[in-house]
Ligand binder design. Structure first.
Ligand SMILES: *Cc1c(COP(=O)(O)O)cnc(C)c1O
Ligand code: SF4
Length: 351
């Protein structure tokens, strides 16, 4: 049994002025579920949810690392790609991850009223290329079912929107909050994908697995996003265990995300070279279905870029030379004149 509770963690923080100072800027919030999973200070759950004095350091990071504010045609609507928009419907979460990219919102109330719903619908109607709306936050599933239904219905009033995505960590940090009513709602608005945020296999305890199974039984398609975090999950064995477990729970691992350049979170960052090395180790040792894409979300709104370890050694006049994971070379023939195109598509210019 864990000795930690939400209350004992609050007391722990209150008795340490340097941590208390952090929570003045970036509040502390945890669920009793997550608190009970903490085994000792510094373990993967502690690191993710308990404040750290380094959060106040000026480490050169950004307040809004993805430049979301400048890509918002309306308040709380981020439009970066032609066919998808991100709708931030709340700033609240049941538990706050210390490395969060949207920490700038934690002290801001995001309130979506009838007027802003109308504005969003209007915007979607006028932008016919948008086919998908990502409902995010904060954690949208924290919102009352009746209110959430208004958001989803509004989106469904726009005929050219085919898919809704809902980003949430609630099934992981508070499985008991995923009520029958919430599940019915998610089913009512299919095709609707639930995008879970989950970083370590210890987050998948029995109550969490149970709720994920019920969601899958309900017919709710699910995928997961994992942030690569130093000291938490930056080892191939840990991530492999996580991804294989998720796959068995009918959650498709979607993205492994390089940590964003959020101010005061540099202690969480693992180097890109480490992420690539992990991806290299996963490949061929793990079901392809359990391997996510490794993504960097570029600073200042540059967008997401996939990083893949390369198994290509050279592009020659009439063939590509590969080297497999055991270092064994192999060749594949090229069509006449294909070399230039392939070089441009495959090989980076190294400085
Ligand atoms: C990540 C993101 C998306 C979704 O990108 P996918 O690669 O389709 O998952 C859409 N809009 C914004 C603003 C995003 O940050
Ligand atoms: S669940 Fe997502 S939005 Fe909420 S604190 Fe964690 S990273 Fe931020």
């Amino acid at each position: 049994m864990s000795k930690w509770t939400a209350k004992s963690l609050c007391d722990y923080i209150s008795s340490r002025p340097e941590l208390l100072a952090v929570t003045k800027k970036y509040p502390f919030r945890i669920t009793s579920h997550v608190a009970s999973l903490i085994k000792h200070p510094g373990d993967p759950l502690w690191l993710q949810f308990v404040p750290d004095s380094r959060e106040l350091e000026n480490d050169g990071g950004y307040e809004d690392p993805l430049g979301e504010e400048s890509l918002s045609p309306l308040p709380n609507l981020v439009h970066r790609y032609p066919d998808r928009v991100l709708w931030i419907v709340t700033s609240e979460c049941a538990a706050y991850c210390r490395f969060c990219t949207r920490k700038r919102l934690w002290n801001k109330k995001v309130h979506i009223d009838q007027r802003s719903i109308r504005d969003v619908v209007e915007y979607l109607r006028h932008n016919k290329r948008i086919s998908e709306v990502l409902v995010s936050g904060g954690d949208p599933l924290l919102i009352r079912t009746t209110k959430l239904r208004e958001f989803f219905s509004a989106i469904r009033r726009v005929k050219h929107i085919s898919v809704i995505r809902v980003g949430t960590r609630l099934p992981i940090v508070s499985p008991q909050s995923i009520t029958r009513k919430k599940m019915d709602l998610l089913r009512e608005f299919q095709p609707l994908y639930v995008m879970l945020h989950i970083n370590h296999p210890s987050e998948l305890n029995d109550p969490v697995c149970e709720v994920l199974s019920r969601m899958a039984d309900c017919g709710i398609p699910m995928a997961s996003q994992t942030v690569l975090l130093r000291g938490v999950n930056d080892r191939a064995e840990i991530l492999r265990e996580l991804f294989v477990k998720l796959l068995a729970l009918r959650v498709r691992p979607y993205y492994l995300l390089q940590a964003d350049l959020m101010k005061g979170t540099s202690h969480f960052r693992a180097p890109i070279s480490e992420g690539l090395r992990i991806m290299f180790e996963l490949r061929h040792r793990t079901s392809g279905l359990a391997i996510p894409h490794y993504m960097v979300d570029l600073p200042e709104g540059g967008g997401k870029i996939e990083l893949t370890p390369s198994f290509i050694e050279a592009v020659c006049e009439n063939r590509v030379i590969f080297r497999n994971r055991l270092g064994k070379p192999a060749f594949y023939p090229l069509f006449h004149g294909e070399k230039r195109v392939l070089r441009r598509l495959l090989l980076p210019r190294l400085e």
